[in-house]
Design a protein around this ligand. Structure first.
Ligand SMILES: Cc1cc2nc3c(=O)[nH]c(=O)nc-3n(C[C@H](O)[C@H](O)[C@H](O)COP(=O)(O)O)c2cc1C
Length: 207
């Protein structure tokens, strides 16, 4: 399936084949693809907790309004956004400086700029959610390319998830993301608004 077909083929899955699991390497490979997503200043605000063990999935399900797919999927990722991701930026840019692609002065400037920008908690949170969401979408497309199905979920208690999995306040739970093999009974792709309803050229129309 080519990329455009894959985009149209993806659905948000509810039913997963509970007899099929994913190996640690397969799960890591999905995250490796997700990490190709773009992010502001290449900060890569995304972090993932891969929940695979039955007892851990049950704990997650309990703070996700008992949505059964959390337990049925081969893996349910807790997708997190790092509110202090920019603190690693110097380290992140180092290889790019070393390879001669970016002058050291520019890297230092980015580090300074981001420290100032993300001292604004609202912007830090917005950016963490933007970055992690782009990674989650990339992961869903990688899953689709591998013949898997996925399901993004906002139906969970963020504080409950943080408590149950020992996640500190440095991270904001952005979404849960189930991934696995499809079982029969999934809905087909749901209808979408038309392009005219979601896009305008230039100004002049009230969306
Ligand atoms: C951010 C986000 C949160 C969602 N949360 C849930 C959820 O908690 N439970 C659920 O069953 N579906 C959830 N969904 C799935 C949506 O209902 C689904 O993507 C939408 O209906 C479109 O379905 P389709 O992708 O299969 O066409 C969520 C989707 C997104 C993008």
């Amino acid at each position: 399936m080519d990329t455009l077909e894959m985009i149209k083929h993806r659905i948000s899955a509810n039913k997963f084949d509970t007899s099929k699991s994913l190996s640690e390497d397969e799960i890591k490979d999905l995250v490796a693809y997700a990490a190709h997503a773009p992010s502001a200043f290449n900060i890569q605000h995304w972090r993932f907790v891969a929940v695979t063990k039955p007892e851990e999935k049950e704990r997650l399900k309990a703070v996700a309004y008992n949505q059964q797919k959390v337990a049925d999927a081969a893996v349910t990722f807790i997708v997190l956004g790092d509110l202090r991701g920019h603190e690693k930026l110097g380290e992140i840019l180092q290889p790019f400086v070393a390879s001669g692609n970016m002058p050291q002065g520019m890297a230092d400037g980015w580090v300074q700029t981001t420290a100032q920008m993300y001292s604004n908690p609202q912007l830090a949170r917005d950016e963490a959610i933007r970055g992690a969401s782009l990674a989650a979408m990339t992961l869903m497309l990688a899953a689709e390319a591998k013949g898997l199905v996925s399901g993004p979920m906002i139906g969970f208690d963020p504080e409950g998830v943080k408590q149950a999995f020992g996640i500190s306040d440095q991270y904001v739970p952005v979404m849960l993301l189930t991934v696995g093999y499809a079982a029969p009974g999934n809905w087909p792709r749901k209808p979408r608004l038309s392009v005219d309803e979601v896009m305008q050229f230039e100004s002049g129309k009230d969306l």
